[in-house]
Design a protein around this ligand. Structure first.
Ligand SMILES: [Mn+2]
Length: 322
């Protein structure tokens, strides 16, 4: 990785932008980077496109991390992105962002750990091997990390690895170093990352379980289901029931079909399987649409029927595992 040139940040109006439906990793990363800039006497603002999830709100309230919702993009000369590199994730800011970026209104620097998109938003620091974006930042600026920044790093890691369901040796090492330096207990980190499941989600998960179909292939146990909301979280739950790969499809508002996929870590490693490379990219080649994610968790969105996309996905998996 190249090192960051802070000179390019000086004297500029800077926005640290989280992805829409901002989660703990995105908000914690932006907060870390704001503090890194502060040590260089550079001011910046954190922005959220529209939604922020419950855990991330909890983190920002308890740690007084202030942010602007729906920031006016034209105000800024430099926009840094945290935890995404895909236009889709800009939510309602997508149009104005693309327009202003084309005009050269601002420079973009990305910090992320998702696979780099073909039409990635901007240059920057993208490391798909890192467990979280907070880990990417730790690798860049660990020398300047304070107690608080170390705590945020732990939070990003715990959240994005699904409490270490997917984690490399490096991630464990960084977590351990950061937890020690944060002077917090592990239970404190867990407490923040605890999922606050509302009734609507509980009902959705139970529906997903009720509608689940098992597709046994010679070399993989695949479970599919359908839901109009919470496809990703439901797919994670279906892995817990014993699937190697789970696929949850559904039609969201305006008729957009969604397919969320999850793959179990040990299965992934044994089979050298990567959801993006071996399922979502070939799927996109066949049916178009937008894709994003990483080796163990990925999503497709597009304008064909959910049944059609699911059957195409199963065909691709059959070629590999049946
Ligand atoms: Mn993340």
């Amino acid at each position: 990785m190249v090192s960051l040139n802070f000179a390019s940040f000086r004297g500029k109006s800077i926005l640290l932008l989280c992805h829409d439906h901002a989660d703990i990793d995105s908000v914690a990363s932006a907060a870390i980077f704001r503090d890194v800039l502060k040590t260089k006497k550079i001011k910046s603002e954190i922005g959220i496109p529209k939604h922020i999830n419950d855990q991330a709100i909890n983190l920002s309230l308890k740690n007084k991390i202030s942010f602007v919702v729906n920031p006016k993009l034209e105000k800024y000369d430099l926009i840094s992105l945290f935890d995404f590199n895909d236009y889709e994730q800009l939510g309602p800011l997508r149009k104005s962002f693309s327009k202003l970026q084309k005009k050269g209104c601002f420079e973009v620097i990305t910090f992320d750990h998702h696979e780099k998109e073909k039409r990635s938003i901007g240059k920057g620091f993208i490391d798909p091997k890192a467990g979280s974006t907070t880990e990417v930042l730790y690798n860049l600026f660990d020398g300047t990390f304070t107690k608080k920044m170390c705590f945020y790093t732990c939070m990003g890691i715990i959240e994005d690895t699904g409490k270490f369901l997917v984690a490399s040796k490096d991630t464990f090492e960084i977590f351990s170093k950061c937890l020690t330096k944060s002077e917090k207990k592990y239970s404190k980190v867990l407490e923040f990352a605890k999922q606050i499941i509302n009734k609507e989600e509980r009902v959705a998960f139970l529906k997903a379980a009720n509608r689940a179909k098992i597709i046994g292939m010679k070399k993989a146990l695949i479970v599919t289901s359908n839901l109009s909301f919470y496809q990703g979280d439901a797919a994670t739950k279906l892995l817990e029931f014993g699937a190697n790969i789970s696929l949850v499809v559904g039609v969201e508002k305006k008729g957009v079909a969604v397919l969320s996929a999850r793959a179990e870590t040990s299965f992934k490693e044994e089979n050298n399987f990567n959801l993006m490379k071996h399922l979502l990219v070939p799927l996109q080649r066949k049916v178009g649409g937008e894709i994003g994610g990483h080796s163990g968790a990925a999503q497709w969105k597009g304008n064909i029927s959910d049944k059609k996309v699911l059957s195409e996905a199963i065909t691709i998996l059959k070629k590999k595992f049946d």
